[in-house]
Each structure stands twice: as C-alpha cells, then as structure tokens.
Design a protein around this ligand. Structure first.
Ligand code: KIV
Length: 271
C-alpha cells in the first residue's frame, strides 16, 4: 500500500505536506452517499461537492441555478459516506459574491448543517473580502481561478482562459492574493499548462488542476465525466476510465427483457 493510503484522515495540512513532498493530490467530485463511499474507499484525497451537481445531478445547463439548501443536501449525504477524504463544498452562485457577510453565513451553514471540512469559492481579488471573512470563522477556503463556471455569462464560452498575457498576469496576481488571504489550495481550471506550472511553482499552497496540464500539484475531474456517465461532454483534458452510460443502459435493457420474458425472477430469486 502506498504511503498516502495509510493516512487515516486527510486534512488541509496533509495537502500542504503532499506539496512539500511532491506527492500529487487526487480529487474527484461526488454528490451522494453511495458514490462518496466508493470514491473514499478507493483512496481519493479530496472529495469536492461541486456545484457541477447543478449540471450532472439536476440537468441544468449551467451551475448558476443550484441553491445553498441543495448544496447542503448533497454535501451532508457525501459526508456520511466518507471516512478518509477531505470534503470540500462549493459555495453556490449568489451566496458570496459582493457580500462578505452572506458569504460567512453561507459557509457556516455548510460546515454546521453538512459537516463539511472546507468551502470553495470562485474568483480572485473581487472576492477577497468574502474569503478573508470566512477564514475569520476558522473555515478553510479553497480558491478557484481560470475558467470559473459561475461567470459563464461574462466569459460567453467554456474555452481555455488566460491565453493572453494580460489575463495570465491577472491570474498569477489573483493566485498570490488568494494565498496571502489564507486559502489552503487553489483549483486552476482550463488554463494553458505552462501558466499552471508557473503558478504552481510560485505558490507555497497546492494547486489542483482540471484541464491545466501535469504541472499542478494535483488533479480534479468530475466523477460522472471520468466514469463515462455523462456522454456528450468530451473535452480534450478528460480521460474516461469507464463507459458507465453504455454499461448501465445495457444492464437496464437486459433487465427489461428479463422482466418481459418472465426470466426474472427465477425460482432462486423468490421466497
Ligand atoms: O463544480 C465542480 O465540479 C468544480 C470542478 C470542475 C473543479 O468546481
């Protein structure tokens, strides 16, 4: 068994130690008890209750509609399934931007009602006050820069961010600022690999990339994407480890056939 699997409980400090020891951090999303239990027992370091639940669980086009109550519902189910991983929960859109008091109240609700271990917020300088206020309550904060899906209507597309020098410079400044404010880690989403490597080298806190190349201190994927439960979403950065959409569909087809043909249940499958 590798050293990292022997750790009983991952904390924000463990992640800092991983960075120092050059051990890569593994992170996946989860939104429910059953999946969280499997992912946790497989040895994942961090489980993100992402607001991507808005897409993959609720079928919305963007992450904007999900509410704080819905995030708390998902997060509390995940926490019940986890014994080892650090559980980080996204603060949803509209519960922290431009209002640091609301940000603190929202983060406290997530910690108190869901039993989460940390929260994640999207943005840099513009959310600094919210980050710092949440930290005053002793709640660990993970940052998120690059493609920040809660700002999709500002960006207009889901294409790679910070390709231009000006945006890349701002991203580096934001990363340093989030570190100074006290964030314990930062997600870097869909930015050039070279930039992500530069940021990761400049920071003392770990970076966790999605579509940001191999130079970050860890990697995160949406579990439904890497397991192939989502079908149409095929960005270049995504590695599919299973094709569960097809496997589940085939199993259900088989079940329907078995019921219709009276092949299920058989004598052993009844009382
Ligand atoms: O909500 C989410 O799943 C995320 C990841 C893409 C990092 O924020």
């Amino acid at each position: 068994m590798s050293v990292h699997k022997e750790i009983k409980r991952i904390t924000t400090h463990t992640l800092q130690d991983f960075k120092k020891a050059r051990i890569k951090i593994s992170m996946l999303t989860s939104y429910d008890f059953s999946m969280a239990r499997i992912i946790d027992s497989a040895g994942i370091d961090v489980i993100l209750v992402g607001d991507s639940a808005s897409n993959v669980m609720a079928g919305h086009e963007t992450t904007l509609p999900i509410t704080l109550d819905q995030m708390i519902y998902h997060a509390s189910a995940v926490v019940r399934g986890v014994t080892r991983a650090l559980v980080v929960v996204d603060l949803p859109f509209g519960y922290y931007q431009g209002n640091s008091r609301l940000a603190l109240e929202s983060a406290i609700r997530i910690m108190k009602e869901a039993g989460a271990h940390a929260v994640k917020l999207e943005g840099g300088g513009e959310i600094r006050e919210s980050v710092e206020r949440i930290l005053t309550a002793g709640i660990p904060v993970m940052g998120h820069l690059g493609l920040t899906p809660q700002s999709i209507y500002k960006f207009g597309t889901y294409t790679v961010r910070a390709k231009e020098e000006l945006e890349a410079k701002k991203l580096i400044e934001d990363a340093l600022l989030l570190q100074k404010s006290g964030c314990f880690a930062i997600v870097l989403e869909k930015i050039p690999a070279k930039l992500a490597t530069t940021v990761s080298k400049k920071l003392l806190i770990p970076t966790i990339g999605i579509g940001a190349g191999g130079g970050t201190d860890g990697q995160v994927l949406v579990s439904h994407d890497m397991l192939g439960i989502t079908k149409e979403f095929k960005p270049r950065f995504l590695r599919r480890y299973l094709n569960l959409y097809d496997e589940i569909e085939n199993a259900v087809k088989q079940y329907v056939d078995d019921v219709k043909s009276k092949n299920f249940p058989n004598k052993e499958e009844q009382y």
